[in-house]
Design a binder for this molecule. Structure first.
Ligand code: NAI
Ligand code: 15L
Length: 272
């Protein structure tokens, strides 16, 4: 299988979270997907916009700002928000209100497709080695995980009510390379993630589809068969990194990084 190329680029694609770790990595690779790439974040962009890019800063918590942000946009890659466990009030503004503002803006501006950066922390309390598909009950491991469950539920509701289509990608660990034993199962390469975003943007009739975002791994916990509608398959695998990672010192028996799919997130907080 080759890297994804769209049948015809969109006129304008919006990426939120464009100044973040994945925004910085993926931004240039989204170029083939649209004639214009609108980039948005609270924080300044890491690099000056290229000729095909436009910078439109916005706080996800700003309802009117979000409505303006989605004007003249064909689709959204929604990567903005709090990306780790934090006090609930921070999650509330960026991830709960932010997702509400995103979908309301999509409804009012006629945007028909969203790719939502969900997370493995929606199901983080499953034990490592338990094999689950995307219909398994959500088992969030943190307020952060709850916020991603909420995002998936908003996506479902806005599809059923208004026909706005979403692919929710439960991203595992999107890094240049896997760093530890857990990530041998959760890692997704940047190339696989970009290809998955491409399929998620351009495959017709996805309704609301949930997919696990992971490269191929020998011991995967995630059954992605329900997402076959997207026609995506990972090109990369964590196997080349296995020997080096398995040479790392063993984890303690009670280390959540060796017990739960969500790893240490199950123990983050409380903050008061
Ligand atoms: P990141 O934390 O580096 O980037 C998130 C961006 O969102 C930041 O630039 C931040 O300024 C922006 N942001 C936060 N609050 C905002 C607000 N109120 N208004 C506007 N912008 C705001 O996270 P990363 O790693 O780039 O992840 C991107 C997305 O993918 C996040 O939604 C994260 O939850 C999700 N994800 C990432 C994974 C990973 O392995 N990197 C794994 C699973 C999910
Ligand atoms: C996530 O959802 C986080 O955004 C990221 O920082 C990683 O911690 C990742 O999950 C993971 O579980 O490895």
């Amino acid at each position: 299988m080759k890297d994804f190329m769209p049948p015809m680029p969109l006129k304008r694609l919006l990426m939120t979270g464009a100044a973040g770790g994945l925004g910085r990595e993926l931004r240039a690779r989204l170029a083939p997907f649209a004639e214009r790439l609108r980039l948005s974040d609270l924080a300044p962009l890491a690099a000056t916009p290229a000729p095909h890019e436009e910078d439109m800063p916005c706080d996800l918590a700003d309802k009117a700002g979000m409505r303006a942000l989605l004007a003249d946009v064909d689709a959204v890659v929604h990567f903005g928000g709090v990306s780790v466990e934090r006090p609930f009030e921070q999650i509330l503004e960026a991830n709960l209100r932010g997702v509400f503002h995103l979908y309301e803006a999509a409804r009012l501006q006629g945007v028909r497709r969203i790719v939502f950066a969900s997370s493995n922390h929606t199901i983080g309390f499953y034990r490592q080695g338990e094999r689950i598909d995307t219909s398994a009950k959500q088992r969030p491991d943190s307020y952060y995980g709850v916020s991603k469950c909420f995002g998936e539920d908003m996506a479902q509701m806005y599809f059923e009510r208004y026909g706005i289509e979403t692919v929710s990608i439960r991203i595992g660990s999107a890094l240049p390379e896997p760093q530890n034993r857990r990530q041998l199962s959760t890692w997704i390469s940047h190339r696989d993630l970009v290809n998955l975003i491409g399929h998620a943007l351009f495959t017709p009739g996805v309704g609301h589809t949930i997919v696990y975002g992971a490269s191929a791994s020998r011991d995967t916990w995630w059954d992605n068969s329900g997402a076959s509608v997207l026609g995506w398959a990972p090109l990369d695998s964590s196997e080349p990194y296995r020997a080096a990672i398995e040479a790392q010192p063993p984890l303690a028996d009670d280390d959540p990084n060796g017990i739960y799919q969500g790893g240490f997130f199950v123990n983050e907080g409380p903050f008061d």
